[in-house]
Design a protein around this ligand. Sequence first.
Ligand code: Q46
Ligand code: ZN
Ligand code: ZN
Length: 329
Amino acid sequence: MKCRTCRGPAIIDLPRHNANFCAEHFLQMCRRQVEKAIHDHQMLNKTDRILVAVSGGKDSLAVWDMLIDLGYQADGLYVALGIGEYSEESRGYTERFADERGLKLTVVSLRDDYGYDIPTASRATGRVPCSACGMSKRHLFDKAAIDGGYDVVVTGHNLDDEAAVLFGNALRWDVEYLARQLPVLPSRHGFPKKVKPLIRLSEREMAAWCVVRGIDYIVDECPIAAGNKHIGFKEALNVLEEKSPGTKASYYLGFLDRMAPVLAGIAASGADSVTPCTRCGAPTGGEEGSVCAFCRLVERSAAHEPVSVELILKKSRSQKRAQSEVAQS
Ligand code: Q46
Ligand code: ZN
Ligand code: ZN
């Protein structure tokens, strides 16, 4: 196996590029893909103050590493979700990454700073854990960016993530979600700009980036992720990718090129009126004088007795068992 660029020994084969690369030229290919995404979608400027949402996983640590490597000014924000050992370990990976490189990392702890964690919020509000989690993270990333004077929030969503979400939205023909599934959300109504520089790189490429660059990351998935629908969509797309390399990239990047412009009018016509939350001041879609969904979640969750992650997992296992019994009967 020889590197396409230098003919030296290759360390990775990338069927969708019909090419193999040595370590040096693999990194070069990744940097170019990120630079192209940043340039094509006007994601970032070299003078921007960037806040990277980091989780301790490969994608968010890789994107932070890449941005620093490309000369951007990027700090990190980690939200401690209180999902048992998984959260403790992922925090450790994130803190070590930042310490070793002298990068600025801010940690917000749901339990210490807001009096709840994700398993408890899920039980207290009756939301599925990922919904309580996603809403908490969105609110806290937005808040940290606005309070800290950052120009833009970066997340580590990669090609596999975006293709899976697109697949889910297309299966339901959810036109509004499709119209908004863009790698750049401009800043508006008090929300910060948000961008996804890894949209041209796959999960496997991000894992390889971390190995080559010596980045230790948490390999285990969030234990609560098992019921997440996107995992099924990813698996389905992986089957297609295996049969026909390049399918995922042409599906998602083709959507951005050819379909997103067609849907642009729908994206622009979305809800426009926001008012400040009377409790925390964050923009909210509710009526004048209302409290935002995050503040309502905090109020209910902090008043609830702490719930362990094991209890949530037990509940989701018994729900699945009941569903499969119904399906078999
Ligand atoms: S951390 Fe949170 Fe994810 Fe775990 S609870 Fe769901 S959303 S799966 S990225
Ligand atoms: Zn090479
Ligand atoms: Zn609020």
